[in-house]
Design a binder for this molecule. Structure first.
Ligand SMILES: [Zn+2]
Length: 207
């Protein structure tokens, strides 16, 4: 019997009829109901940003279990329910993954964002890199606000003529995405952005 990737209950427990019949869920009904789907587009500093879910405790726990608990199987879950929707919406686009710190990727042994987005049948590239690998926790508040400043763009030639969608898991202030958007704009490349989830405050400030 298939079990929920998150809580280990039988997959069909509390499942709605549609998903029960479809039989391809990775989360049980109770876990799925803890997600807050949005599928909304916001304008953020000139950038079109599409948000799949509102950030809440459940998604926070899921990301923590995945990234810090190294529960790599969860990589399949995050975009599973939205994969066809995303593929249709961004048909012909290339996902430009937001950079993660080399330190963290090495410590984990996997690139969290790349693994998560692998369920999508879209091209993916990693055109950005971070100039410093400081842990966010070691930064003070002012430095954290500047976090958007330390990403750089690599190999712009390969980006021309591509329809790009910046992709990240969590949008808090939108600073890093804005920085990436600006770096591309300087090269005359206009990108859209897609995030798994956005903080309630971000959503509140943009509606
Ligand atoms: Zn569950």
């Amino acid at each position: 019997m298939k079990r929920c990737y998150m809580c280990d209950h039988p997959i069909n427990s509390k499942q709605d009829l549609y998903r029960w019949l479809k039989c391809d869920s990775l989360l049980c009904g109770a876990c799925l109901r803890k997600l807050i789907p949005l599928r909304k587009t916001y304008q953020h500093q000139g950038m079109k940003l599409h948000v799949l879910y509102a950030y809440n405790e459940f998604i926070e726990n899921m990301l923590f279990q995945y990234k810090e608990g190294l529960d790599t199987e969860l990589r399949f879950c995050f975009l599973h329910e939205d994969r066809r929707y995303i593929e249709k919406r961004y048909k012909g686009h290339t996902l430009a993954l937001m950079p993660s710190s080399k330190e963290k990727t090495q410590a984990r042994g996997f690139h969290a964002l790349a693994e998560m987005s692998n369920v999508l049948r879209l091209k993916k590239i990693q055109p950005f890199y971070k100039t410093e690998d400081r842990k966010q926790s070691s930064l003070n508040y002012e430095q954290r606000l500047q976090i958007g400043e330390i990403i750089r763009l690599d190999a712009t030639k390969t980006l021309l003529k591509k329809k790009l969608v910046l992709f990240d898991d969590v949008c808090t202030s939108g600073a890093t995405l804005t920085k990436a958007y600006e770096l591309l704009k300087q090269e005359n490349i206009v990108a859209e952005a897609l995030v798994l989830c956005a903080h309630p405050l971000f959503i509140q400030n943009h509606t």
